[in-house]
Write a protein that binds this ligand. Structure first.
Ligand code: MG
Ligand code: ZN
Length: 231
């Protein structure tokens, strides 16, 4: 038994060390972005939550005001990177070849490949996953968690770590509300029960409903971290 406990203890320590190394790199990334007058936004959500569609509509709305760039994280393919690059902004696609989250080292390499400045809003689409992306800071100033209505309101209670440190919770695909049972009141109650005070915004990237409020919220959240002349 003693041996098992030591073994388990060692495993936990190794994970803690890994995360600590990541946090140090995330701090470097954040300082680098601060110095360049740029802000990164970490967008977390399950596969199929609508992260890329949200990015597309965000870039369309905010590009008149902010100089956008995107970092796309996926296990395989450059499909999402191609979708966003079609909007004519700089995009780096990270393929993690199996890793189920982005880490600060990957984002550091991607930042090197982006024109910062002039880009001052770096939107990062994390690998579709509600588990470990929550534990890996990337150097972001703003963290957004996207939950689509077909996934169900109970995701907050099942995956609390993903939501606990969110600055905003986006409920996406509200055009499907008629077709699914999604209890917004239960979602809000679960968020409060895990200590998440983040506001919740409902939207549909497909119909555009709610996307104006989202863009306004993001513009405000990002603006607080930009240099005065860029606010
Ligand atoms: Mg995507
Ligand atoms: Zn992972």
């Amino acid at each position: 038994m003693q041996q098992t406990e030591q073994h388990l203890g060692l495993r936990v320590m190794m994970l803690a060390k890994l995360t600590a190394g990541n946090d140090a790199q995330a701090t470097i990334n954040r300082a680098r972005l601060d110095q360049a007058g740029a802000v990164a936004v970490n967008i977390i959500g399950s596969p199929g939550a609508g992260k890329t569609a949200l990015l597309e509509c965000t870039v369309r709305v905010l590009r008149a005001d902010l100089n956008c760039a995107v970092i796309e994280g996926d296990l395989c393919t450059s499909r999402d990177g191609e979708r966003v690059a079609a909007l004519g902004i700089p995009v780096v696609q990270i393929n993690t070849s199996g890793a189920c989250h982005l880490d600060a080292g990957m984002v550091s390499a991607a930042l090197e490949a982006l024109p910062i400045p002039p880009c001052n809003l770096i939107l990062i689409e994390n690998v579709g996953n509600l588990v470990c992306p929550a534990a890996f800071e990337l150097g972001e100033r703003v963290r957004v968690v996207v939950l689509s209505v077909p996934e169900g309101h109970d995701k907050v209670a099942k995956y609390p770590a993903a939501f606990r440190h969110a600055d905003l919770v986006v409920v996406s695909k509200t055009d499907l509300l008629e077709a699914v049972d999604f209890d917004a009141a239960a979602l809000h109650a679960d968020l409060r029960s895990i200590g998440c005070e983040a506001p919740v915004l409902e939207l549909s990237a497909k119909t555009g409903a709610g996307t104006g409020a989202w863009a306004a919220w993001l513009r405000g959240a990002v603006g607080r971290h930009l240099r005065p002349e860029r606010r």
